[in-house]
Design a protein around this ligand. Sequence first.
Ligand code: FEO
Length: 371
Amino acid sequence: MSNTMCKAAEIADGIYAVGATDANETRFHGYHVNRGVTYNAYLIKGNNGKFTLVDTVRKEQSEQLVSKIRSVTDPKNIEAVIINHTEPDHSGAFPEIMKLCDPAVYATAAAAKFLKNMFGADASTVKNGDQVSIGGRTYVFAATPMVHWPDNMVTYLPSEKILFSNDAFGQHYASKEVFDTLSDVNVALEEATHYFANIVMPYRAQAAKAVQAVKTLKLDMIAPSHGTIWTEHIPDILKLYDALCSGQGSDATLVYDSMWGGTAQRADEALAELGKRYQSIKSFDLRNAHMSDVMAALSASKHVCIGSPTYNSRPTPRISTLLAEIEALAPPLKEYSIFGTFGWGGGASKKISEKLDALGLEKTFDLTRIS
Ligand code: FEO
């Protein structure tokens, strides 16, 4: 990619977005994404003319990061690197950056340990509430453990009222624009839900605490490490996180698989039964739908209705994966229902019930029958 295509965007006076965009990427963290991926990083000019880099990007995107940094300054002028989180989408380019400059590195104790393990690098450790002056600017660090790794923190720049929130409030949305005001905010909020459901949802209690802490800050910008930068729509993304972190769902989601079409034919019957109880119902045929989209719907659901034929005395592999994802990502489900078909022995309904009962959900109906 040429340097002319990799120009940093100045998001505030002396503060630049230097991250990478991959509009063609369809996978992230092992799951499907619909609108590409961004790995945001930020370069901040100090009063001394030196620079601080907040986060890096995925290793494969190192060239784009370095190119954007060069559009602002020679990388050797970077005097500090703040690592909010060491997952490879943010730390992958760290070794490349360290070849180009000799900065002080700031990270939580957990992140410092991971940097040592991953790259043999040394970092100064910071704790929740620590303030550090770099190049005449004050940075405030807030630890956000398990949102969604033990090493997570966010970095606040009080002078500009900017929160560099890393994964929190992020979205997979490779918009050409960096700000919410210039992007489609409804898409950004939809993708923030998708991101939350597939990454943050199991840790919503910890995320809820972080959201309450964020609400105490004076904010002009929330600059996450994925997707659009929140400005005018900060109240909207905070409201969305409040809802997603609440553990309360009010919708229903119907998900089914089918081998010969029998279970698919029964989906309308199950939908009609659900319609007596729920106003908002989303439906997915796993023969075509992406599991990550199902999990986004489940993030606002109280009820999951699962349809499966019996496959060797058990649910189909796709439904078994759904059950594993429900266990791993812990959507706020309270009840479930089942439908499906079998030819001789049955068994899918029993296995689905066993799994969801064990997760504490209440069964409401079972429309499984011989085909
Ligand atoms: Fe965007 Fe947890 O990495």
